[in-house]
Design a protein around this ligand. Structure first.
Ligand SMILES: *[C@@H]1O[C@H](CO)[C@@H](O)[C@H](O)[C@H]1NC(C)=O
Ligand SMILES: *[C@@H]1O[C@H](CO)[C@@H](O)[C@H](O)[C@H]1NC(C)=O
Ligand SMILES: *[C@@H]1O[C@H](CO)[C@@H](O)[C@H](O)[C@H]1NC(C)=O
Ligand SMILES: *[C@@H]1O[C@H](CO)[C@@H](O)[C@H](O)[C@H]1NC(C)=O
Ligand SMILES: *[C@@H]1O[C@H](CO)[C@@H](O)[C@H](O)[C@H]1NC(C)=O
Ligand SMILES: *[C@@H]1O[C@H](CO)[C@@H](O)[C@H](O)[C@H]1NC(C)=O
Ligand SMILES: *[C@@H]1O[C@H](CO)[C@@H](O)[C@H](O)[C@H]1NC(C)=O
Ligand SMILES: *[C@@H]1O[C@H](CO)[C@@H](O)[C@H](O)[C@H]1NC(C)=O
Length: 407
């Protein structure tokens, strides 16, 4: 009895992992199809499609696209297999819950090897959970300072976790610093000259570099996005517009960094591993309908800016026109751009070619759920925040490193 009990205690339970499958779609199919064809117009963005639901005049093309629907990924370029290391990577379902607990952030504390993430803002109030990659345990935090004010995007920097809050009607939203030992949250930014920010969506710290942000010390960029557009409550009165701001602890200032006339609705903000570039996703707002108005005013895009010596974003460069919309993003140590999009997690080359997609149709199975917003790339693992589920997919390449701190 005793012996078998001990044996049970010592038993290493094998990880419940499964094999992920995928298909290869020629990238020429993205711009030349057997005609006539019909794109998928079921998504609420209108005018945007989920490519694999396209129906064409050619049965073998249709069979290929169809076969992708239940697959974990589809590749458009051989380089995607370099990332995966194999065509059949392991994917592990870590946890399923009844609520949408896994949606935003996905901030890697590489010192503890933990991923912090927040629940879905559509079913507010949001809260933060931590996936410990050493044990695969998920712990939900109880942080009184963040009750009802909807923590959203997160970023780990210099031993501290930072979260944005979307806010609510009565509490000014902004940026909080969270101690990773005590989980005490302290506001560090909540106003711009007495005005309340729109919902603060995302943030990224940029270190001082040799060409960029020279002598400025580290700078924090954060985006504000009026989430009331998406039927989410909260957010301050509409005094300030949706902007990207820059906070400099050294000069003790918050300044506008990217104006609304450059990006109507900034969402994800991210630096690359070198700190030379700042990437921003722009949302067609609000989920711009088709027609001249949508086309004229709003774009669903990923832009890259160069950071100059004063840490000012210059040289706006379009790196991707996103057919649906892009939310959280990460730049890996190879300069590849990973974005949470309607279709799933899309990986692009530094120049913008889609290399492959981790397929939302297979990863998010609940009917009517919002798309995946974010994820985390932690060395050679992809942590997928699939709303009511969290997966970890094993990559064949260390795409990020603690040293580069790109998370
Ligand atoms: C566009 O979206 C609206 C609202 O979701 C829907 O009623 C309409 O049918 C859509 N139009 C197309 C062309 O898909
Ligand atoms: C359909 O597409 C396949 C693959 O491109 C091609 O080999 C085949 O000839 C096409 N069939 C027809 C009927 O056009
Ligand atoms: C995908 O999976 C669903 C549910 O298991 C199934 O009904 C459907 O036939 C599958 N589609 C394809 C193309 O294999
Ligand atoms: C806003 O936050 C405050 C402070 O947590 C809370 O008292 C209030 O109930 C919240 N409002 C809503 C609508 O949740
Ligand atoms: C996406 O995840 C990163 C963490 O890896 C985080 O810094 C960022 O805030 C998230 N973006 C959004 C829009 O939540
Ligand atoms: C990092 O944090 C330490 C305190 O833990 C502080 O002394 C140091 O100035 C910080 N460095 C940067 C670059 O913010
Ligand atoms: C696009 O953005 C403009 C400027 O904010 C806004 O007035 C307009 O309603 C948006 N257009 C659509 C079609 O959503
Ligand atoms: C990633 O780096 C870690 C630490 O150096 C190493 O243990 C692991 O094998 C690497 N993974 C791959 C896929 O190379």
């Amino acid at each position: 009895m005793m012996a078998s009990k001990l044996l049970l205690l010592n038993l290493v339970v094998p990880a419940l992992s499964e094999i992920a499958h995928g298909v290869f779609i020629p990238s020429t199919d993205s711009f030349l199809l057997p005609s006539p064809f019909q794109g998928d117009e079921t998504v609420p963005t209108n005018g945007s499609t989920n490519f694999i639901n396209t129906v064409t005049a050619n049965a073998s093309t249709n069979a290929l696209l169809d076969s992708a629907i239940n697959d974990t990924y589809y590749a458009f370029d051989e380089e995607f297999y370099d990332i995966l290391g194999t065509k059949t990577p392991n994917i592990q379902l870590i946890e399923t819950r009844k609520d949408l607990f896994a949606y935003e952030a996905g901030a890697w504390d590489y010192d503890k090897n933990q991923v912090w993430f927040s629940s879905c803002v559509i079913s507010h109030p949001t809260y933060i959970s931590i996936l410990d990659l050493n044990t695969n345990d998920i712990t939900t935090l109880d942080i009184p300072a963040l009750y009802n004010i909807n923590p959203n995007g997160g970023y780990y920097f210099n031993g501290t976790m930072y979260f944005t809050t979307v806010g609510n009607e009565s509490v000014p939203n902004g940026v909080y610093a969270i101690n990773t030992e005590t989980y005490k949250a302290t506001p560090i930014i909540n106003s711009f000259y007495g005005e309340k920010y729109q919902s603060v969506d995302d943030l990224t710290w940029v270190k001082q570099g040799s060409e960029s942000c020279v002598d400025t010390g580290p700078n924090l960029f954060f985006s504000t996005l009026d989430v009331r557009l998406f039927g989410v409550y909260g957010a301050a009165p509409l005094m300030l517009q949706d902007w990207v701001y820059r906070y400099s602890p050294k000069t003790r200032t918050v300044q506008g960094a990217i104006s609304r006339s450059d990006i109507v609705s900034p969402n994800g903000v991210r630096r690359d591993a070198t700190g030379r570039y700042l990437y921003v996703t722009g949302l067609a707002a609000p989920f711009a309908p088709t027609g001249s108005q949508g086309n004229q005013f709003n774009s669903s895009v990923v832009y890259r800016f160069t950071l100059d010596e004063d840490c000012v974003p210059i040289e706006k460069r379009l790196v991707a026109m996103v057919p649906s919309y892009a939310d959280g993003l990460h730049i890996d140590d190879f300069g590849r751009i990973w974005t949470g999009e309607w279709e799933g997690i899309t990986v692009r080359s530094p120049s913008g070619k889609v290399l492959g997609v981790f397929n939302r149709e297979a990863l998010v199975t609940g009917v009517g759920l919002p798309p995946m917003a974010n994820f985390s790339i932690t060395g050679d693992k992809l942590v997928i925040l699939a709303l009511d589920r969290v997966f970890v997919l094993q990559l064949g390449q260390n795409v990020t490193s603690a040293k580069a701190g790109t998370q």
